[in-house]
Design a protein around this ligand. Structure first.
Ligand SMILES: [Zn+2]
Length: 406
């Protein structure tokens, strides 16, 4: 089984691979090729497979009690442009391996399911975790109908090409009583496990982003003739705002806050013109909703203070503000117990990256296992997890699913 897992991760890596990494955007030709391959793998492993209305692939092994709710694991196959081999894939291949092992061990009371969630990465439609969002009932046809990629191709059309009707997408919503628990296995995408020297991380909370767009208005004028004291330079104000965001996030760092100004546009953007307008995009994340709200408020206060002092105008538009997802205490307990029983060192931690588990946590008890990834590098062709750590992760997943489903 161990060789099987590592080999299948390598096989799947070939879909969308070129010299610069793996590009397998959601619902692309490459994604569909990988999905077809995985469906076959699931069937060969004894799972009954169906595809729901948003394109989630659901593989199932029945239990002895037909009425019992399912014990579920899952992750995703899509990647960012020029991504790596392990993000999402470890949870998919590891999940199939876990179900295969449990099927061979003999019948369990509860059914087991492996879900390959559609469109987890935000790279194509600007929205992340679409498949699990739909499954948890957290979005609607109206919002989904608006989604288009950069070439103007709509999600609705892509689904239609595969015989799926976006008007019926709510059929993919799962009821609370259908699912007993959910556990996702994933690479860490950070450096905490390497730092702690532990092979397993047990996630207690998944951070949620609050995002805003700040527009600073100054006056564009001649860079040679406008005296320094008469300037209303939007970029100077923007620079101060960047420093303020950094400082505020640093002050709140021990509460798990991180803050980033990741993108900026300067208008008119000429060397000899004082910048008249700057648009900037800010991403604040944390695991505690209250501290995110406070942090955003502090940034707003700082922005208005800076722009007043600099005699520039400002407007702030909140783009999104999501609630952090807490993993279920019982699942954290269960995963800790499994690790202790197997003599596997573990570390309880939060996840700064978003995952399908955060949506599924709204409808069932959810838990998450993460394994180290070298130097924390992810969304990059250099992404790497050792075979030993992958196998350890699958072992913990298998045992936890067994405990839940027996
Ligand atoms: Zn992922």
């Amino acid at each position: 089984m161990e060789n099987w897992i590592i080999n299948e991760i390598e096989q799947i890596a070939q879909f969308g691979q070129d010299k610069r990494g793996i590009t397998r955007l959601a619902f692309s030709k490459e994604d569909y090729a990988a999905r077809e391959y995985v469906v076959k793998l699931m069937q060969e492993s004894g799972l009954t497979v169906r595809i729901d209305e948003i394109g989630n692939i659901i593989g199932r092994i029945n239990g002895t009690d037909a009425a019992a709710p399912a014990v579920v694991t899952g992750s995703h196959l899509d990647t960012v442009p020029e991504g790596g081999k392990f993000d999402g894939i470890v949870g998919v291949v590891g999940g199939i391996a876990a179900l295969k092992t449990l099927k061979e061990r003999g019948p369990l009371t509860h059914p087991l399911e492996l879900i390959v969630f559609a469109a987890e990465e935000s790279s194509r439609f600007g929205v992340a975790t679409i498949g699990s969002r739909v499954m948890a009932g957290l979005t609607n046809v109206h919002a989904l109908n608006k989604l288009k990629d950069q070439d103007g191709i709509s999600l609705a059309k892509l689904l239609q090409e595969k015989g799926l009707d976006i008007q019926h997408v709510t059929r993919a919503v799962r009821m609370k009583q259908e699912i007993k628990a959910f556990i996702e296995l994933h690479i860490e995408q950070g450096t905490a496990l390497e730092r702690e020297g532990k092979p397993i991380g047990i996630i207690e909370a998944i951070a949620a982003p609050a995002r805003c767009k700040i527009i600073v208005e100054g006056v564009a004028s001649h860079s040679g003739t406008t005296p320094m004291e008469d300037r209303q330079d939007a970029l100077v104000s923007a620079a101060m705002i960047i420093l303020a965001v950094n400082e505020i996030a640093l002050e709140q760092a021990e509460r798990g806050i991180v803050g980033t100004v990741g993108a900026m546009k300067v208008y008119p953007g000429a060397m000899n013109v004082i910048p008249g307008l700057v648009e900037m995009w800010v991403d604040i994340r944390g695991v505690d909703h209250q501290s995110i709200i406070e942090c955003v408020q502090e940034i707003k206060d700082a922005v208005s203070e800076i722009t007043k002092r600099q005699n520039t105008g400002v407007s702030i538009e909140m783009l999104s503000s999501e609630r952090p997802a807490r993993m279920d205490d019982e699942m954290v307990q269960l995963l800790s117990t499994v690790c202790r029983q197997q003599g596997i060192p573990y570390y309880k931690m939060n996840s700064g990256a978003g995952h399908d588990a955060m949506n599924i946590s709204r409808i069932t008890k959810a838990g998450m296992i993460v394994i180290p990834c070298r130097a924390g590098i992810s969304h990059n062709p250099d992404e790497y997890a050792t075979p030993e750590d992958i196998i350890t992760g699958v072992k913990v997943l298998t045992e936890a699913l067994y405990q839940l489903a027996k």
